[in-house]
Design a binder for this molecule. Structure first.
Ligand code: ATP
Length: 336
């Protein structure tokens, strides 16, 4: 089948980690037409817009999207986040972020954060009244129900036992209160799965102190984003955390990390988050063996501890990791 994949290389370390993922995809025999979409900070500087015109129509015609991180300059006077707009326009309402300890680990972690992707403080509703700035936090019953259902369905499919809702309903009684109560309503339809809750600060503490007790977390947009970086630190590096943004009609795959300008262009970015995101993409497309080969290759690479980037204690370059994962995945593929 001829796949068409929209490709956004991104800013900062984006092009380096995307190249690595493309090499690995090629080595496991994944054939696709990659359709490049111009977007990002450099494109904005040249073209005066952060993403090329007509991009949405092109993306909609693709089977899915693979994307590197995009820079959104802080403060007013530039442009709004491209990925936040893509998530909203393509209705990619669920952001799935698996955190797994690969290789040998004293405390094996295997949790998934399911983050609501379309509303909350990312609504873009911000304004100033005099010298006071206001942001509107939008939480709807519809989106809360949809994401809770998504989390329970994911738990059922992956044979997981517990889904925990994250909130701060003791302070934000209306918005978090609605998110929480909707979750427990949906939970009634999944009696075989335990429904639990954690206040967001306690969730952060628990992810650090007892990550093995967490199975699936479901969170609103901002809490889910913050807790993801905490979980990434626990499994070893932001450079190891992949993600999928999924809706009913499209899916976009990208690393959890951002543009990491401090290491961009140095050739030392960890490409594993993007490589694992491409494995999530293969799973989504039903290319299970190819996805498995990549996951097993990453596991072997980490276990062997020979070819790792500096963030994981090694001294390898991005390209070395790409070559080694591609080689291992190719070898594993031949045996599957
Ligand atoms: P953004 O504003 O796009 O979120 P950022 O640089 O503020 O970008 P991240 O890129 O998410 O935030 O990461 C923070 C730090 O973690 C980086 O400065 C970098 O040192 C490290 N880091 C992130 N991703 C990687 C990676 N793939 N490999 C190695 N280090 C990384």
């Amino acid at each position: 089948m001829g796949y068409r994949i929209a490709l956004l290389r991104g800013d900062g370390i984006g092009p380096e980690v995307i190249n690595a993922a493309l090499e690995v995809l090629n080595q496991v025999g994944f054939k696709a037409e990659f359709i490049e979409i111009k977007a990002g900070y450099d494109y904005w500087k040249q073209a005066g817009k952060p993403i090329e015109d007509g991009a949405l129509e092109v993306i909609r015609k693709c089977h899915c999207t693979l994307k590197g991180p995009l820079l959104t300059p802080p403060g007013p006077g530039t442009y709004k986040s491209v990925v936040v707009a893509l998530r909203r326009e393509l209705n990619l309402y669920a952001n799935i972020r698996p955190f797994k300890s690969y290789g040998e680990s004293a405390r094996p972690v295997d949790m998934v954060i399911v983050r609501e992707n379309t509303e909350d403080l990312y609504s873009g509703l911000e304004f100033k009244v005099g010298s006071t700035a206001l942001s509107i936090r939008v939480i709807s019953e519809k989106a809360s129900k949809r994401i809770s259902r998504f989390a329970f369905e994911l738990a059922r499919k992956q044979k997981r036992r517990k889904v925990t809702v994250v909130h701060k309903a003791n302070v934000m009684k209306e918005s978090c209160g609605l998110f929480r109560s909707t979750f427990f309503d949906v939970a009634k339809q999944y009696p075989e799965i335990q429904a639990d809750e954690l206040v967001v600060d306690a969730a952060g503490y628990r992810i650090v102190t007892a990550p093995e007790t967490i199975d699936v977390l479901v969170a609103s947009n901002m809490f889910g984003d913050i807790l993801s970086d905490v979980a990434a630190a626990v499994v070893g590096s932001l450079g190891l955390a992949p993600s999928a943004n999924v809706g009913d009609d499209h899916a976009l795959f990208e690393p959890v990390h951002g543009v990491a300008l401090d290491i961009a262009g140095k050739g030392i970015a960890n490409p594993l988050a993007t490589i694992l995101s491409s494995a999530m993409m293969l799973n989504h497309l039903g290319e299970y063996d190819r996805a498995k080969a990549i996951e097993l290759a990453v596991d072997r690479l980490i276990r062997e501890k020979k070819v790792l980037t500096p963030d994981m204690g090694g001294n390898a370059k991005t390209v070395d990791v790409a070559h080694e994962v591609a080689r291992l995945a190719n070898e594993i593929m031949a045996r599957l």
